[in-house]
Design a protein around this ligand. Structure first.
Ligand code: PEP
Ligand code: MG
Length: 315
C-alpha cells in the first residue's frame, strides 16, 4: 500500500489541506546536481560548496569557481538553488583556508568566522556565484554557515548584495542565533536550520563522536524546543525558515518540523518521495498537533514513539 502511495504522488510538497512545504535536495557538487536535477523535486536547499574543494591545495580562482557553479545550476533550470558559502573548518577542513590548529575546532574560527578573517575568499566566491547565476538564470540564493549574531548576518548580507546577488540568508545552527532568530533573520531574506550542528551545539555533543549519537538525535526534545523558538522568531521577523539538516529526510520528523513552522525541507534526494507522501497524508493542523506531542515527550525515543502513534499508519 505504501509503495503504491509513493508511486502515485508527484510535484511540490503539500500537506493534505494544501499548505506548500518545498521539497529540496542537499547536494555537494556537479555530479549530485546532475542527478538531483533530473528528479521530481523543487530545487536545492543546500549546496555544500566546501565539498567541491576538500582536496584542493590552493584557493580556486573566480573563473574556476564560475565554471563549477554554472554546471551545478544548469540542471535546475529556473528552480531555486540555495548555495552555502564555504563552511571550512572543524569537520570540513580546507587546505587553502586553514587558520592553524585549534583546541576546539567545532567552537573555533570556522564557517562565516573564517570568511570574516579571509574576506577575499568570500568575495571571490560571491563574484563567481553572481556570474554563474546570471548566465544560467537559476533562482540562486546564498546563505552563510555558522552565524551566531545579527551583526554577522548583516555583514554577510551586505557583501552578498554588493556582489549583485539578490537574496541573502543564514543558516540557523548555533543555539544563540536560534534564540535570537527574530533579530538575526531581520537582517537577511531567509533562514535555514542546520539540525546537525544545532543538535551538536544544543546538546554539547561532538558530532564526530559516534559514541554520542543518542545525544545528537534530532528528536531530542531540547533540539525540538530550540527549533520551535527559531521558527517563532522567523515568524515574528516575517522571514521564511527551512531545514537543511539530515532531520528533514525523516518523514515523521519532517511532519513535526512542518508543524513547527518551516516552509521548506532539504534532504538527500532519495528521501524526497517518502517525505512528500508523509506531508500528503496530514493536514497542517495535524502536523502542529504532532509537533505539540513530540515536545511533550521527555526523551528522544518517547518523542518518536508519540509521533509514530499519532501519525497516519501508512507511514
Ligand atoms: C547542519 O549542520 O545541519 C548542516 C546542514 O550543515 P553541515 O552538516 O554541512 O554542517
Ligand atoms: Mg552545519
Amino acid at each position: 500500500r505504501r509503495k503504491e502511495a509513493l508511486a502515485a504522488l508527484s510535484g511540490p510538497g503539500v500537506t493534505r489541506d494544501g499548505a506548500h512545504i518545498a521539497l529540496l535536495a542537499n547536494i555537494g557538487g556537479v555530479e549530485d546536481a546532475v542527478a538531483a536535477g533530473a528528479l521530481d523535486l523543487e530545487g536545492v536547499g543546500l549546496f555544500r560548496t566546501e565539498f567541491v574543494y576538500l582536496s584542493a591545495a590552493k584557493a580556486p580562482t573566480v573563473e574556476e569557481q564560475t565554471e563549477i557553479y554554472r554546471q551545478v545550476f544548469a540542471p535546475f533550470g529556473e528552480r531555486r538553488v540555495v548555495v552555502r558559502t564555504l563552511d571550512a573548518g572543524a569537520d570540513k577542513p580546507l587546505a587553502f583556508a586553514d587558520l592553524g590548529p585549534e583546541e576546539n575546532p567545532a567552537l573555533g574560527r570556522r564557517g562565516l568566522r573564517l570568511s570574516a578573517e579571509r574576506p577575499e575568499l568570500l568575495d571571490a566566491q560571491l563574484e563567481a556565484l553572481a556570474v554563474a547565476a546570471r548566465e544560467t538564470g537559476a533562482d540562486v540564493r546564498v546563505m552563510a554557515p555558522m552565524v551566531a549574531t545579527a551583526e554577522e548576518a548583516a555583514w554577510f548580507a551586505r557583501r552578498v548584495r554588493e556582489n549583485g546577488l539578490p537574496k541573502a540568508g543564514v543558516m540557523i545552527e548555533v543555539p544563540g542565533a536560534a534564540l535570537r532568530a527574530n533579530d538575526v533573520l531581520g537582517e537577511v531574506d531567509f533562514g535555514s536550520l542546520g539540525t546537525n550542528d544545532l543538535a551538536q551545539y544544543t546538546m554539547a555533543a561532538d558530532r564526530m563522536q559516534g559514541a554520542l549519537s543518542d545525544l545528537l538525535d534530532p528528536w531530542q526534545p531540547a533540539v525540538l524546543d530550540v527549533v520551535a523558538v527559531a521558527c517563532e522568531g522567523a515568524a515574528r521577523a516575517d522571514r521564511p525558515i527551512g531545514v537543511c539538516g539530515e532531520s528533514a529526510g525523516d518523514p515523521l520528523l519532517a511532519l513535526v518540523l512542518a508543524g513547527l513552522g518551516v516552509s521548506s525541507l532539504s534532504m538527500a534526494p532519495s528521501k524526497v518521495p517518502v517525505v512528500r507522501l508523509a506531508l500528503s497524508l496530514h493536514s497542517l493542523a495535524e502536523c502542529q498537533e504532532l509537533a505539540f506531542v513530540a515536545r511533550e515527550a521527555r526523551t528522544a525515543i518517547e518523542a518518536l514513539e508519540f509521533v509514530r502513534e499519532r501519525a497516519n499508519s501508512t507511514l
